[in-house]
Design a protein around this ligand. Structure first.
Ligand SMILES: *[C@@H]1O[C@H](CO)[C@@H](O)[C@H](O)[C@H]1NC(C)=O
Ligand SMILES: *[C@@H]1O[C@H](CO)[C@@H](O)[C@H](O)[C@H]1NC(C)=O
Ligand SMILES: *[C@@H]1O[C@H](CO)[C@@H](O)[C@H](O)[C@H]1NC(C)=O
Ligand SMILES: *[C@@H]1O[C@H](CO)[C@@H](O)[C@H](O)[C@H]1NC(C)=O
Ligand SMILES: *[C@@H]1O[C@H](CO)[C@@H](O)[C@H](O)[C@H]1NC(C)=O
Ligand SMILES: *[C@@H]1O[C@H](CO)[C@@H](O)[C@H](O)[C@H]1NC(C)=O
Ligand SMILES: *[C@@H]1O[C@H](CO)[C@@H](O)[C@H](O)[C@H]1NC(C)=O
Ligand SMILES: *[C@@H]1O[C@H](CO)[C@@H](O)[C@H](O)[C@H]1NC(C)=O
Ligand SMILES: *[C@@H]1O[C@H](CO)[C@@H](O)[C@H](O)[C@H]1NC(C)=O
Length: 422
């Protein structure tokens, strides 16, 4: 009996998550007992067999399953998780269908980890978890892409427009579900630390300057967040960075060109030191999203040199495909930084989405998005030249990142409960 129960507990999240209390546990014991006594519920027994089978293949519990190792499965019954036109706060940068994309298969791929299943995304369960709380995404436009996805995933479940709102204040955009007093926010800080690209609108400057020692100006906006999701990658993709010691306002600052990897390391050190001192370990859950891969060079996957994600309609099927646009050295710096925080008793979960998204060369807006500047004749003649192969269409790839994030957020709840029961 005990064994069976353990199987149920460690193998099926669905069941694990519904156990709210010891009462639930007792009911389960009784139910399982009843099944064994009567042998009536064939379906339940089959489910249990499946769980045992999964256990025999290794464990299917999320803590022991690598959610980032898996494959894409075309599944237009379970995906997309919402319709593009139903999302009230969709961005014109990401609304590919609205901007004329006709092949819509990119919306219907499900991520299947090798050793377990992702739990089904349940907006109500997430909102319950976020009651009186703040979930804050901090980073660049890719993180904003993921934030818009999360807002769509959550807000399409709230039918009454009076119960949801969006509010912008400087670099912070807040979606609020008022019935739950729950916030899902995005804070623009593309390099995490201070830089001359911190303006949420006017940030495209030819010369990039970073204050790698300074993060407080940003961080004070999310000090009390309950869940923080960081990223920072694309804005670093250049060989050298100009670092400023001193402030932007004063005239006696010292500028020095520093190799990019070294600069990135310095910025992440500032970021992690800030977390170590300011984060309430009992309250805050931390995530770092790994590099979002780009598909700007078709030669990477066997197209001509001048091709890119434009005109692609199917994912890459080659197992383990990595290409050479994503800088593993930057990923290693993130890993080292996070590991060192873990050693200091501060857990940061990496959302290791680089590989899984790298398969999705067809998931980008390409030419199907709002163009801020009118297109020239030359551009129109060669659509590849203005295709966006960096961001992701919604619904699409970032929804899956959020399904994974959801898994971790709700598992955390479960762990807390576990602690309280012991
Ligand atoms: C478990 O392993 C068996 C045999 O090795 C395999 O046929 C089956 O597909 C695996 N199931 C899962 C869920 O991985
Ligand atoms: C799912 O895709 C299949 C094959 O492309 C198609 O026949 C079917 O109509 C689609 N179903 C939905 C609900 O879109
Ligand atoms: C979603 O979560 C809510 C709250 O936990 C629960 O009442 C509901 O049954 C769940 N829905 C599904 C389809 O699992
Ligand atoms: C509403 O949520 C905020 C966090 O976003 C929290 O500080 C505040 O106390 C909550 N209000 C109530 C009435 O619980
Ligand atoms: C905007 O943010 C600033 C700084 O956090 C704050 O002082 C101010 O009250 C906010 N304004 C609104 C309208 O929320
Ligand atoms: C965190 O929780 C532990 C155990 O419940 C408690 O001893 C500790 O004081 C708490 N720390 C903070 C910063 O609240
Ligand atoms: C990336 O791979 C392509 C094709 O294999 C190759 O032509 C190109 O030089 C590589 N680029 C870099 C920066 O390594
Ligand atoms: C786009 O793809 C279609 C079908 O694969 C092909 O016929 C067409 O030539 C492609 N166009 C360009 C510009 O590559
Ligand atoms: C992330 O995934 C890559 C392969 O996609 C792997 O090499 C790396 O070790 C993983 N990192 C972590 C922290 O899981």
């Amino acid at each position: 009996m005990t064994n069976k129960l353990q199987v149920l507990f460690s193998s099926s999240w669905g069941i694990r998550w519904s156990f709210q209390s010891l009462v639930g546990l007792l009911v389960a014991v009784l139910v399982i007992g009843a099944i064994y006594l009567t042998g009536e519920s064939k379906q339940l027994l089959e489910e249990e067999d499946e769980m045992k089978h999964q256990i025999n293949n290794g464990s299917s519990s999320i803590s022991q399953c690598d959610l980032f190792s898996g494959k894409w499965v075309f599944d237009n019954e379970s995906h997309p998780l919402y319709k593009e036109k139903d999302c009230s706060f969709m961005s014109d940068q990401l609304a590919c269908q609205k901007y004329g994309r006709e092949d819509l298969r990119y919306q219907s791929w499900r991520w299947q980890p090798h050793r377990c299943d992702l739990p089904r995304f349940n907006a109500t369960a997430l909102l319950e978890r976020l009651r009186n709380k703040r979930l804050v995404f901090v980073g660049d436009s890719l993180n904003r892409n993921q934030w818009v996805s999360m807002v769509c995933l959550v807000e399409t479940s709230i039918l009454d427009p009076m119960l949801k709102s969006m509010h912008t204040n400087g670099s912070l955009i807040t979606f609020k579900a008022s019935e739950y007093n729950a916030s899902v926010e995005f804070y623009w800080a593309p390099l995490l630390v201070e830089s001359n690209s911190d303006d949420p609108v006017m940030h495209r400057l030819p010369d990039r300057i970073v204050r790698t020692q300074a993060i407080e100006k940003h961080a004070r906006h999310w000090t009390d967040a309950d869940i923080l999701v960081f990223n920072s990658y694309l804005w670093w993709r250049r060989p050298m960075m100009k670092i400023l010691w001193g402030s932007f306002e004063s005239s006696d600052g010292v500028y020095r060109e520093v190799e990019m990897l070294r600069s990135y390391e310095m910025a992440l050190k500032t970021w992690s030191d800030w977390l170590e001192i300011h984060v309430d370990r009992n309250k805050t859950q931390l995530f770092f999203v790994s590099m979002s891969p780009t598909h700007e060079r078709g030669e990477e996957w066997g197209r001509d040199v001048d091709q890119n994600c434009y005109n692609e309609t199917e994912p890459i099927s080659q197992v383990g495909y990595w290409g050479n646009e994503s800088d593993s050295k930057m990923m290693q710096i993130v890993e080292t930084t996070i590991n060192s925080l873990n050693e200091r008793d501060l857990k940061v979960q990496m959302l290791n989405i680089t590989q899984l998204a790298k398969y999705r060369k067809e998931g980008h807006p390409s030419i199907y998005r709002k163009q801020w500047d009118p297109l020239t004749e030359e551009q129109l003649a060669r659509p590849e030249s203005y295709a966006d192969c960096i961001h992701w269409c919604l619904p699409g790839v970032p929804d899956v990142w959020n399904e994974i994030l959801y898994a971790y957020i709700l598992q955390y709840d479960d762990n807390i409960k576990g602690k309280m029961e012991i």
